[in-house]
Design a protein around this ligand. Structure first.
Ligand code: ZN
Length: 65
């Protein structure tokens, strides 16, 4: 299990959602990222590998106060 690598990927993508982050599972493809709204001030950031199909999601706070 590569949970720490997913967390690392998530923290990079939290700063720059367009960053190229290699898949934590296979290390061969860049993760595809998309967000869905989760309430007023959060999004779910979904990360999927187009190569091996690995998937993870993070809950992000997007309020800027
Ligand atoms: Zn992969």
């Amino acid at each position: 299990m590569s949970r720490e690598l997913w967390i690392k990927a998530g923290s990079v993508l939290a700063v720059d959602p367009k960053a190229s982050v290699k898949c934590p599972e296979c290390g061969e493809a860049d993760l595809a990222v998309f967000d869905t709204r989760a309430g007023k001030d959060h999004v779910e950031r979904h990360m999927r590998c187009p190569k091996c199909g690995a998937y993870n999601a993070l809950y992000e706070n997007i309020s800027f106060d």
